[in-house]
Design a protein around this ligand. Sequence first.
Ligand code: HEM
Length: 405
Amino acid sequence: MTPDDALNEILLTAEGHADPYSRYRFLHDNAPAHRAPDGTLFLSGFADCHEVLRHESFGKAEGFLQRSDRTSADSSITLEDPNARTMLDLNPPDHTRIRGLVSRAFTPRRMKNLTPHIEALAEECFDTIAEMGEVDLLEAVGFPLPVAVIGDLVGVPRADWAKFRSLVTSSAMSIEPTATPEELETASESAAEIYLYFLDLVAKKRADPADDLLSAMLMESDGDQDSLSESEAIINAMLMFAAGFETTTNLIGNGMAALLVQPDAVAELREQPDLVGSAVEEMLRFDSPVQLDARSVLVPAQIAGVDLDVGANVVTLLGAANRDPTQFTEPERFDIHRDEGPPMSFGSGIHYCLGANLARVEGRTVVAGLLRRFSSIELSGPLVNRQRLTLRGYEAVPIKVTVNS
Ligand code: HEM
């Protein structure tokens, strides 16, 4: 096998999607910084990924107008708005402005009230699992819990949550390396449908503001030049909403799937519930819900001894960084005691995940709650991987439980 073979398998084949990890190991051993024929640099080492994500020579691909280039006509919202980029796709100074304003709406008070709310929502999901005995963990809690948490936080009415699972899954296909032209077309139709939904929701929030993130962001959008434009408020509220469950669903699914095949770890976690924090960190490391991230070279740079020109693409393989043997001892081992620093799963630098703490609280609540509520939890059917790499997860995680008496 050559490094190009390994990368092609990881990015493009069903076998590589099912098991990227043996191919990552090959890259660690043979080509931790590899330049593909098209010039893209693929990094699998933890330190190299860390440096790229943190260094200002690297950023999001340019090629779209920054705010400073806009005219006053840009304030109108259209579906084709070329300036409508979420914070995820922007570089400073626009990224700094938008992230600052969105974080401001994400207030400590709103966050503080969230833990008991998350626990109550999780108990509702566990009630359903208890009644049914055998369920798909993703259907029963992996999707409904994160969507309820972020739905309430952003201000999306409960009656509308269910339809977003397929819409977000379909629109997120746009970031997968295997996406076909038809899938990209469907992804953009789904994104447009979500956008139209949010346009309508904005009109309702303007008429009747509530104590939620979207109303708060719209208030920010009524401010001066340094504030959010209305289209920025909408697309960033959409980002928060979508990023808030697709990934967390997979943290719960991938993490529990890894845990349940380790009966000793399950027993230990039952005896020492305080280990849940490090267990969730290990779940994030072991089978990261986000497997890769990318940056463009903004000024000539060198990384891992490779010289890079402006515009070159660099892919940071986060899932591989989490298995780097120079960073994690015996990286293939799932160890709920591991204490070797945080994994790369939430990225790093200025785009470090804004919802990392929220996702961690949700993960801990679900893992601790499942073990508390059920005296046994077993995988009850085959695990089928979704054919996706960037947002890695299972189609379903079938489990069978016995209720604690
Ligand atoms: C286990 C769950 C999650 C994982 C693995 C995850 C992963 C990530 C990663 C890797 C990035 C960096 C992307 C980049 O550098 O280009 C990111 C950014 C982001 N995440 Fe998450 N995320 C999770 C949950 C959440 C939740 C619950 C929210 C919402 C509350 C959220 C909101 C965001 C936002 C808004 C950004 C963009 C930040 C920026 O560009 O400055 N994420 N996430």
